[in-house]
Design a protein around this ligand. Structure first.
Ligand code: ZN
Length: 276
């Protein structure tokens, strides 16, 4: 599943590839991807003739900005965008095609078919699902320790479950929650309201650093991937704890354990991350 750093990388890549392009027409091959408006012909009609002015991100959602419209797109499990020549054969699982007036196309491919697109007038998108109930944006300069503490204040659930809740902080995701908690030595099952001020400060720093580093890795590794097919998606990260069960902890050598917290596979070092 793409996490925030992958979506950030897709955003940056799309900005390089489709900014300024004019949509001639839109083909929808799978109606259920289009969540708003209800009618796919209306969706295509509304987009025709509009210019892509840039791509932004809110949590794990892409906001494709056009003149007078905003397309909110979520890749969910397997969604991918790619830019092709219109003469290139259309691959299987290509559900939406934005045909540009320069002979190229932005194609949305999604094997699992869980991805969504919502079309809005600019500004409307923040007051309607799926963006209206989202919490703090961790890579935003306004994401301060105080706002982080305020959002998590009084929550008695396990810190991992709280960090995964998109209503508090968006887009940290399962992998980066584990990486952040390991970095600061906090056990994933520690109740959020028992964190000290110092732990909040360290955790805030770890979340920002972990996500920022992943974005940087994505920025360098995505290039070769995009050159091949013009397609963007997931890439490999340097992970210290996630997916490394039974391997020695990089800090102390203790075998990493795997458990389930908040319904998600959770990796931690039983020596570095103790429950007080
Ligand atoms: Zn350890």
């Amino acid at each position: 599943m793409p996490e925030l750093p992958e979506v950030e990388t897709v955003k940056r890549t799309l900005n390089q590839l489709v900014k300024g392009k004019v949509i001639d027409r839109v083909t929808v091959n799978l109606a259920r991807i289009i969540q708003r408006p209800d009618d796919i012909d209306q969706f295509a009609f509304m987009l025709a003739g509009h210019t892509i002015q840039g791509v932004e991100r809110r949590g794990k959602f892409l906001r494709i900005l056009l003149d007078g419209l905003v397309l909110v797109s979520h890749l969910r499990m397997e969604g991918r965008y790619g830019v092709y020549a219109s003469s290139d054969p259309v691959e299987k699982h290509t559900h939406v095609i934005f045909h540009f007036n320069d002979g190229t196309e932005l194609r949305y491919k999604d094997v699992r078919q869980f991805g969504t697109m919502h079309l809005f007038k600019p500004g409307e998108e923040f007051h309607s699902p799926p963006l209206n109930k989202l919490g703090l944006e961790p890579l935003d300069p306004e994401f301060t320790v105080d706002k982080f503490k305020e959002a998590l204040r009084g929550k008695t659930s396990k810190i991992k479950a709280v960090l995964l809740n998109q209503a508090y902080v968006v887009g940290i995701g399962n992998i980066y929650v584990d990486e952040s908690l390991f970095r600061v030595g906090i056990h994933p099952e520690q109740p959020a309201n028992t964190l000290t001020d110092e732990q909040f400060r360290d955790l805030h720093q770890a979340v920002v650093a972990t996500l920022s580093e992943a974005v940087e890795v994505g920025g360098s590794s995505i290039k070769s991937y995009v050159n091949g097919q013009g397609e963007m998606g997931m890439f490999q990260h340097q992970l210290k704890i996630y997916g490394r069960q039974n391997e020695p902890c990089v800090a102390c050598g203790t075998p990493i354990e795997k458990t389930v917290v908040g319904g998600r596979g959770t990796h931690y070092c039983p020596n570095c991350q103790t429950l007080d």
